[in-house]
Write a protein that binds this ligand. Structure first.
Ligand code: GLP
Length: 248
């Protein structure tokens, strides 16, 4: 389950290879994608490798985990904008291949139901890439989210808003709500790859390692997934038992 490599760069190398090999094997791959600083080097490595060794990405479909409510796609901190900058343009995808919840929708319940249906209609997710919040959230499924939920609107936890305020000019500009893919959709993916780098993730990863499956720690549900990889750099893995580090 754990793959520990020395640096964020080595993490990006490992995860980008894993995703590209998947797309090579199955060009119609349905990829569940994440945002966040952790993913930036992963996407950059994918784009660089595709330049060196062209790959058919024209039949790929992507679904992002989440989007802030209230931010239009053109807002520099929207996840739609993040994906455009870090993935869609560098990888060379067409707009029709890319799916994110609409942060400006007027009927949130309808948007969530439509997003779930679209994932189903695509045949579900082949691979879901995940980061982890410092409170253990996956997507924006905050502590306490029922494990059986599908795509839904959430109020962001105070800690999540604090963690993400570095991206905004002022705390009060951090959105209070978001739409997130649900845990049941994440768990239905054939393969899940959770990625974390940096010393600031060490504490939550140690909690995740020790935890039983508990809705207070959303990522703990992954222990039930039959095909999950947790890819970490040594800093993020620093509080895990040393035999995991030695296994590499
Ligand atoms: C946000 C996203 C998550 C992501 C998390 C970690 O809250 N909704 O999907 O995993 O941030 O982000 P970072 O990689 O910046 O630590």
């Amino acid at each position: 389950m754990f793959k520990i490599v020395p640096t964020p760069c080595a993490v990006a190398d490992f995860v980008s290879d894993l995703l590209l090999q998947h797309i090579e094997r199955k060009p119609t791959t349905v990829l569940g994608l994440a945002t966040g600083a952790t993913m930036e080097p992963v996407y950059a490595a994918m784009a660089q490798k595709i330049q060196q060794r062209p790959l058919d990405v024209g039949r790929l479909t992507t679904f992002n985990l989440d989007e802030y409510l209230g931010l239009p796609a053109q807002h520099p901190q929207s996840y739609a904008h993040f994906m455009q900058r870090h993935f869609v343009e560098p990888i060379g995808l067409r707009a029709q291949q890319v799916n994110l919840p609409d942060g400006t929708c007027t009927d949130t319940a309808q948007e969530c139901a439509a997003y779930s249906q679209k994932i189903d209609a695509a045949g579900g997710l082949d691979v879901q890439l995940l980061g982890i919040g410092s409170n253990g959230h996956i997507g924006f499924n905050e502590p306490g989210t029922p494990f059986d939920c599908t795509t839904h609107a959430v109020e962001l936890a105070p800690q999540t808003r604090r963690d993400n305020e570095r991206f905004f000019a002022e705390t009060k500009m951090v959105p209070t709500h978001a739409i997130t893919m649900g845990i049941s959709e994440i768990m239905a993916a054939n393969e899940v790859v959770l990625v974390a780098t940096g010393a600031h993730k060490a504490e939550i990863l140690a909690q995740l390692y020790e935890s039983t499956i508990d809705e207070r720690l959303p990522a703990s549900i992954l222990k039930q997934h039959p095909n999950v990889k947790v890819v970490l750099d040594e800093a993020a893995a620093a509080l895990l038992p040393s035999h995991l580090l030695q296994a590499g």
